[in-house]
Design a binder for this molecule. Structure first.
Ligand code: C2E
Ligand code: MG
Ligand code: MG
Ligand code: MG
Length: 250
């Protein structure tokens, strides 16, 4: 992918509106209610069909175009939230992933705020997902976002290099535990003990906890034996189009 996607390809993709927002629902595993959704970009390439974000994010970062994409996705989510609000649908907050490159530029914080105002989106309906490594290096940027009223989710927790000590100091509201912690959870007591301990730890520092990437019933059963109440994963749904998500919450 990296080798044959050019800057022109991506510019064209923006022009032709090839990037679409998909949403993966987040559930309360006990009530089975949708409690949120995560916006994930999908690239509908005119020749290659639908490409998942994992493939194109790196390329966009390399080409210095990730900022453009993040702001585009953020605005698309704003538009949908306003439209659902006007249609009287249930209010479900949506989280948007932001690359560290996007937030390194402090003026983007104001840009996000402007987009909210322009589309008249209540700030509690939009959440920001940032990765652990970035957070540890940029507490100032995150503090600013939080002061502005954004709810902050730490994404992929456990994959990066944050020290457990810094966890209690970081300006975050929710910790999303990376799905790597679910590997072998059905059969390994060690894996179970580690995941349970992390969930307990998040509980102790009084943050909300979400587990990502539940694929099997056994994994869900295990999560139910912990204090974690919220989850997303293929067992429930993969990311879906805005239209399908709207149906889901209607
Ligand atoms: P992420 O934010 O950790 O998103 C979760 C990824 O895990 C998504 O992959 C999702 O489709 C996948 N996933 C969810 N449930 C399961 C499951 O049960 N099993 C498995 N195997 N996978 C599951 P996706 O959409 O390919 O996104 C990959 C990464 O790309 C995201 O990881 C996020 O870091 C990044 N990304 C996606 N959209 C955007 C965006 O608009 N802006 C930025 N900056 N990054 C984005
Ligand atoms: Mg995410
Ligand atoms: Mg994640
Ligand atoms: Mg991930």
């Amino acid at each position: 992918m990296q080798n044959y996607v050019t800057r022109e390809d991506i510019i064209k993709a923006f022009e032709n509106n090839e990037f679409k927002v998909y949403i993966q629902p987040r559930y309360n595993i006990y009530t089975k209610e949708v409690i949120g959704g995560e916006a994930l970009v999908r690239w509908f390439h005119r020749k290659k069909g639908m490409l998942s974000s994992g493939l194109c994010i790196q390329v966009l970062e390399k080409l210095g175009l990730i900022e453009k994409l993040d702001l585009f996705i953020f605005e698309e989510v704003c538009k949908s939230l306003t439209s659902w609000e006007k249609q009287g649908l249930k209010r479900i907050p949506i989280s948007v992933n932001l690359s560290q490159m996007t937030l390194k530029d402090i003026k983007n914080t104001m840009h996000l705020k402007d987009l909210l105002h322009r589309h008249e989106v209540p700030i509690e309906l939009i959440e920001l997902e940032l990765t652990e490594t970035f957070m540890c290096m940029n507490t100032e940027a995150i503090n600013k976002l939080r002061e502005e009223g954004f709810k902050i989710l730490m994404d992929d927790f456990g994959k990066g290099y944050s020290s457990l000590v810094s966890l209690k100091e970081l300006p975050i509201d929710v910790i999303k535990i990376d799905r790597d912690f679910l590997i072998d959870i059905e059969k390994s007591e060690k894996a179970q003990a580690i995941l349970k301990t992390i969930i307990d730890l998040v509980e102790i520092i009084k943050k909300e906890v979400v587990i990502e990437g539940i694929e099997t019933k056994q994994q869900l059963e295990f999560i139910k034996s912990t204090k974690c109440k919220f989850a997303q994963g293929f067992l429930f749904n993969e990311a879906m189009s805005l239209e399908d998500f709207k149906q889901l919450i209607s």
